[in-house]
Ligand binder design. Sequence first.
Ligand code: SF4
Length: 271
Amino acid sequence: MTELKTTMDIFKLLDKSNCQKCGEKTCLAFAAAVFQNRKNLSECPRLNGETISKVTFQTENRNVVDRNREEIFNKLKKEIQEADLEERARITGARYKNGKLTLKILGKDFSVDDQGDIFTQIHVNLWVAIPFFQYILRGRGVEPAGEWISFRELSEGMQRYNFFQKQCEEPLKRVADVYPDLFDDMIHVLGGKAVKEQFRSDISVVLHPLPKLPIMVCYWKPEQELESSIGIYFDRTANRNLDTGSIFSLSSGLAQMFKKFAGRHGHTNGF
Ligand code: SF4
């Protein structure tokens, strides 16, 4: 096993062609993104699986990010153990039965008991589990107003917008450009709903990653000289039910999920 400790260690593995198939402008930018835990090595299609399987990460950054996320999760789990789940279910519009609070995430049941243990058929990772706990513990159960705003308009959204674009909108746009079934999957697999096109987009679909937290994805197809583009929008009430960090986490988890969907169907060129 080779231990990767710095951006340059990662850069040395790459073929340095700057082909941009990973979505970064250069191999060095990709190496930095892997080091910062924004990209996975497997997102460079020019690296073979054997090379990837022979390296491990010992970067300070990666460990700190993972450790922070685990610490947040464990802290929230303790809060769940002390919370009145029946009362929280009433406030957030979840169901409560036999000691478990249950709500729908992307149309599928997601439950937690009074020990903070999660029960669901969806693959659970911290990108979803942390927002789920935050929503239960701090959500105010405010009904969506039906008015859409961009990430920039959320509380402190402006400061995080560049990162949101890189982690959420750009990867999702690359999937939409090459994977024709993306919006059908959103509707038929994840319980989304096609809505009347918004902001003059060609396609608009609304998803519910949490019951009172709709997300609208709008796609503009490429046209003559213009590239395609994608926008992710939130209800004006979003921050009353979930903090901006958790909204970012959920959106990023969604983008990752769609990359996997597309990969499974062999549409991996370009990302
Ligand atoms: S896909 Fe790989 S080779 Fe191409 S720019 Fe990205 S890191 Fe470099």
